[in-house]
Ligand binder design. Structure first.
Ligand SMILES: NC(=O)c1ccc[n+]([C@@H]2O[C@H](COP(=O)([O-])OP(=O)(O)OC[C@H]3O[C@@H](n4cnc5c(N)ncnc54)[C@H](O)[C@@H]3O)[C@@H](O)[C@H]2O)c1
Length: 265
């Protein structure tokens, strides 16, 4: 897909990666970029920075009715949706001790919201014979987010769901991409670094921390090639291969890294 004259919707569009993607979609020539976010003021600020092609909407992606309305209103206003980006995501920063409310929120934002948007947007895309779903998952969905159990589990689920969609709908004109960055310099990662969170330190030790604009570059290239797995950090492909070939050896390496970082505290 190239972005010229496309109608795009992006959830979490007010955040670090979402805002960079929104700006980039506009400069690539999108006809409309609908920025949907829980944080209405931040979404409006991003839209105002982009100009008239951008439009901000307050949406909680964990509420199916609100997602359905977002899709219906966009289709009514612009006639169609060419690219839907399910990008909103949350971390918990903890392990098994995180309470059920924390696990539930991670599940609802990182997985169920992707189901809601696919449910809402697929009928229109299938009727028109095409469309693209971009799901922001994470390298945590093909590896492990040390220090965040619910993030790891839900991001694996999000990659699994995206793959299921790709296999099920590709022959009916629907393209699906799973965006799986490792460390990206956004409020999400910054909070962990400031707090000295082990997970954030593992990310920083495992490869470059990219800017959101670098993630946007990789995303535009991945969409143009209609690739399923978009890896802004190419080393993640090598890590995933090593993990698949030798799970025990991979885990031993991760434990060693965690021990080294913990000793250096
Ligand atoms: N930053 C990283 O290192 C990194 C790495 C890999 C993947 N990701 C993923 O990238 C995506 C974007 O993350 P980011 O780093 O830009 O984080 P961010 O915290 O800067 O942005 C997330 C945005 O999602 C919005 N949001 C949260 N819950 C929502 C809800 N229920 N409904 C609507 N909007 C909601 C927030 O208001 C925020 O604007 C997430 O899915 C995240 O898991 C981030």
């Amino acid at each position: 897909m190239n972005l010229t004259d496309r109608i795009v919707v992006i959830t979490g569009g007010a955040g670090g990666i979402g805002a960079a993607l929104s700006r980039r979609f506009a400069t690539e020539g999108a006809a409309a970029v609908v920025i949907a976010d829980l944080d209405a003021d931040a979404a409006r600020a991003v839209a105002e920075g982009i100009g008239p092609v951008a439009h901000a909407v307050a949406v909680d992606v964990t509420d199916e009715e609100q997602v359905r309305e977002l899709v219906a209103d966009t289709e009514m206003r612009y006639g169609r949706i060419d690219l839907f980006c399910a990008n909103a995501g949350v971390t918990t920063g903890g392990g098994v001790e995180v309470d059920d409310a924390g696990w539930d929120r991670a599940w609802r934002v990182n997985v169920l919201a992707h189901v809601y948007s696919a449910r809402a947007v697929l009928p229109g895309m299938l009727a028109r014979g095409g469309g693209h779903l971009l799901h922001t998952c994470s390298a945590a969905g093909v590896l492990t987010a040390v220090g965040d159990a619910a993030y790891t589990a839900t991001k694996h689920a999000s990659v699994g769901f995206a793959e299921w969609l790709a296999i099920t709908y590709r022959d009916r004109g629907i393209r699906v991409s799973a965006l799986c960055p490792q460390g990206v310099d956004t409020p999400m990662l910054a909070a962990g670094i400031v707090e000295g969170h082990l997970g954030a330190r593992v990310i920083a030790a495992s490869g470059a921390v990219l800017t959101p604009d670098q993630v946007a570059d990789a995303t535009i290239a991945g969409l143009a090639e209609e690739r399923f797995l978009i890896l802004p950090h190419p080393e993640v492909a090598d890590y995933a291969r090593r993990r698949a070939e030798d799970p025990d050896g991979w885990q031993a390496g991760m434990r060693k890294l965690v021990r080294r970082l913990t000793l250096n505290t």
